[in-house]
Design a protein around this ligand. Structure first.
Ligand code: BEZ
Ligand code: FE
Length: 286
């Protein structure tokens, strides 16, 4: 009979959970129990701390819905999301690195023609983002799909702007030379949602709860690994301490300033504008 004591409970619980029918679950659950018990032992967890943790997890669930994903936010600020991304997308040197998807991607963005403006008249610094999508061999990839989304001048995404629809998100395709180009406005850095249990925990630390100015892109082409990534504005605040650990050095790109005058797409601008030149390099499909 397996009666427990403080020394044997871990092994007994691991054995019990190792009976899971799904072989991955039979590997994951005993390992999870091993590390949970080791954690409780290491910090000498008290009953008050244990219940505070349970209440925090409950609050994470209670505030979540299909738009507010507090569990993912918790994983993001603990660095777990980026760790999982990096372990599962060990792309070869030279390929554009992957990052977290984040909670603000919306499926089914409108398809836009090359050089079309996805900011549709919103105020902000005008920004032209362009480059080539290519393979590791340098070959341009025609007809690659770029699904892009970003925050506005206030640092808000569509899901955070009441009544907004098809707001600062779009789908573009590369031309027959693998080139893409789009007009938008420069995204602002922003604070992650701080009005929930993740925010309450962060408030008890010195952690900065901001993300640096960035632009999200998901790039997909047949025969290549899908790429989920960000472009970060060189020189932006918070690049060194992004609260979700999303910044990878090759993703930092200058936003070059231009004086008023002729701009890509045949327009004459009477205000200064910015360009970001960035080539996305895709790894071949496994
Ligand atoms: C984002 O970039 O959209 C994001 C990622 C993780 C947490 C919060 C926001
Ligand atoms: Fe973002």
């Amino acid at each position: 009979m397996d009666f427990v004591n403080e020394n044997t409970i871990t092994e007994i619980a691991m054995r019990r959970w190792g009976t899971a029918k799904n072989p991955r679950l039979a590997k994951i659950m005993p390992a999870l129990i091993k590390h949970l018990h080791a954690f409780a032992r290491e910090v000498e967890l008290t009953p008050e701390e244990w219940i505070a943790g349970i209440q925090w997890l409950t609050a994470v669930g209670q505030i979540s819905d299909e738009k507010r994903m507090e569990g993912i936010l918790a994983s993001d600020v603990f660095g777990l999301s980026m760790l999982v991304v990096m372990m599962n997308a060990r792309t070869p040197a030279g390929a554009t690195p992957n990052t977290v998807l984040g909670p603000f991607h919306i499926d089914g963005s409108p398809e836009m023609a090359k050089d079309a403006d996805m900011s549709q008249g919103l105020s902000g610094e005008k920004l032209y983002v362009s480059g080539v999508v290519r393979g590791l061999d340098g070959k341009p990839i025609p007809n690659a799909v770029l699904d892009v989304w970003q925050a506005d001048e206030e640092g808000s995404y569509e899901a955070q702007v009441p009544g907004a629809n098809e707001y600062l998100r779009a789908i573009y395709r590369t031309d027959d030379q693998g080139r893409y180009g789009l007009w938008t406005i420069a995204p602002k850095g922003y604070a992650i949602p701080m009005d929930g249990p993740v925010g309450q925990l962060i408030e008890q630390t010195d952690i900065s709860y901001y993300r640096p100015s960035h632009f999200h892109a998901m790039v997909v082409a047949p025969g290549y690994q899908p790429l989920i990534t960000h472009l970060f504005r060189q020189g932006a605040p918070y690049l060194e301490n992004d609260v979700v650990f999303g910044v990878r050095e090759p993703l930092i790109t200058p936003f070059k300033k231009h004086e008023p005058g002729p701009a890509p797409g045949g327009q004459i601008l009477n205000e200064p504008w910015l360009t970001a030149d960035y080539d996305f390099v895709l790894a071949p499909a496994a």
